[in-house]
Design a protein around this ligand. Structure first.
Ligand SMILES: Cc1ncc(COP(=O)(O)O)c(C=O)c1O
Length: 453
């Protein structure tokens, strides 16, 4: 019985009719050989000689990536390049899938290998595997949460004016289908001057007796502002303590630009749902992500996409509603790009080897250096706050007389520096120092921006 099904003895016996038991057994026996087929993390299928990995040496960390040496990669956090161990694992699984696809049919191998991915993530974020649903992206997690929350017409969702498109679109769809009211609040006017207490107060002021959801983003990809999530969640928890369970406000977080940058256990943030990709700052397999939810929060979410979990199949075969761990029941089923998903533990292992705390410190130190350098330049307006409490890895700025796109093009063509232009109505230049950049490259960025007069 795979642990990840989260079924207890009575659930098992309920599902233990002939069909249910057969299905369970099939799951267990098909998954086992698949597990055996996976190579150890150190196998060398992807590169003949992977570079020696010393997790305590940042150059060695950087050398694990195939990222071109022609450029400094300050936009690498958006769509991950994979370190050698992840490439190796992906290649090995893909080879198995190409060689013996029938061994992986029915998605049953994913029960075992998906559980391995969930266990690795759970360990990394300090939560239980049963509370984690695997997704393919942040957007998929956002869609599942905002489509699935049990809301009535007239119930309110408070959100901010700085969400990424995926949140707005998911909430628009919900408004159209169920008459949910969406209220947008500006948590700050000038991002560089954002203050935690003002952000908390503005969000709380927007809450009414009909508010059921607070939909927000940890680190705004439009400005680099990091919301004081814990303080906001604490204030909401205080309000919730005076409400009936079904009227409590659920705090839902698009966490993608804080995850794998900030050194914090996810449950300690105080939110109810945490949606992220693992293909950004974790540098995990492209097309992977997860939703973490508190058990009480999962209880308020309907399933949108049928899972391929044992409890869901057993429920279907026995004509009963499925009983199982929320992470099983809410992980969208169907076949996935399994070579990516099953390589997730390697991405977590890589990150852990370097150290969650060291990565946070390295990223913040580069961001600080970059902001200090940019702040010295009279033609540059820093958009991201200087304080590490209100910012993370993302650093945004505007440059006099040049559009963000023009800056990005010049940095790339003249200085071999890759940055981004934020995809929002007000577009800024965006840098993301990370474990694939270095303080020396930050110095290069500041010099290059200085030369853009
Ligand atoms: C804040 C934010 N949320 C979500 C996304 C989308 O992430 P994903 O590609 O994992 O859906 C992005 C950008 O890609 C983003 O900036």
């Amino acid at each position: 019985m795979p642990e990840s099904t989260g079924m207890n003895q009575s659930q098992l016996s309920r599902s233990g009719g002939p069909v249910g038991r057969r299905a369970l057994l099939r799951g267990a026996t098909l998954a086992a050989p698949a597990m055996a087929l996976l190579p150890p993390a150190t196998a060398t299928a992807a590169t003949a000689t992977p570079p020696r990995f010393n997790p305590h040496d940042w150059r060695s960390v950087r050398n694990q990536f195939l990222l071109t040496r022609q450029h400094a990669h300050f936009a690498a956090f958006m769509l991950a390049s994979h370190p050698a161990s992840v490439r190796t694992a992906i290649t090995a699984v893909r080879n198995q899938l190409d060689t013996y696809p029938e061994r992986y049919q029915m998605g049953l191998a994913d029960i075992e290998l998906g559980a391995r991915a969930r266990a690795a993530l759970a360990d990394y974020i300090g939560a239980a595997p049963a509370e984690i649903a695997l997704t393919d992206s942040t957007t998929m997690g956002i869609g599942l949460v905002y489509a699935g929350l049990r809301l009535r017409p007239g119930d309110e969702v408070v959100t901010t004016t700085h969400e990424f498109y995926s949140t707005y679109e998911a909430l628009r769809l919900r408004r159209e289908s169920d008459g949910v009211v969406v209220r947008e609040v500006a948590p700050y006017d000038d991002p560089a001057a954002a203050r935690a207490e003002v952000m908390v107060a503005r969000l709380l002021d927007a809450v009414t007796p009909r508010t059921r959801v607070l939909a927000m983003t940890w680190v705004h990809s439009s400005t680099g502002v990091k919301l004081p999530v814990r303080r906001i969640a604490e204030a909401i928890a205080e309000l919730n303590s005076r409400r009936n369970v079904e009227e409590r406000i659920l705090v839902c977080l698009d966490a993608v630009h804080g995850f794998a940058v900030e050194d914090i256990d996810v449950p300690a943030l105080g939110v109810d749902f945490f949606m992220t990709a693992t293909h950004k700052w974790l540098f995990g397999p492209r097309g992977t992500g997860f939703v973490w939810g508190r058990p009480e929060a999962w209880a308020r979410l309907r399933t949108t996409i049928p899972s391929f979990s044992i409890p869901a199949f057993v429920g279907w075969l026995t004509g009963q509603p499925p009983l199982g761990a929320p992470g099983d029941l809410h992980s969208p089923g169907g076949y996935h790009s399994f070579e990516q998903r099953w390589a997730l533990p390697e991405a977590v292992a890589f990150h852990r080897a370097v150290g969650r705390d060291r990565i946070a410190a390295y990223t913040h130190a580069q961001a600080r250096q970059l902001k200090e350098g940019l702040a010295q330049l009279s033609h540059v307006r820093l958009v991201t706050p200087r304080s590490p409490e209100l910012s993370s890895g993302i650093v945004c700025c505007a440059i006099d007389g040049l559009s963000a796109e023009e800056v990005v093009t010049r940095l790339r063509d003249r200085h071999r520096i890759l940055a981004g232009a934020t995809p929002y109505r007000q577009s800024y230049v965006r840098f993301g120092p990370s474990l694939v950049t270095s303080p020396q490259e930050v110095t290069r960025v500041v010099r290059a921006v200085a030369a853009l007069r």
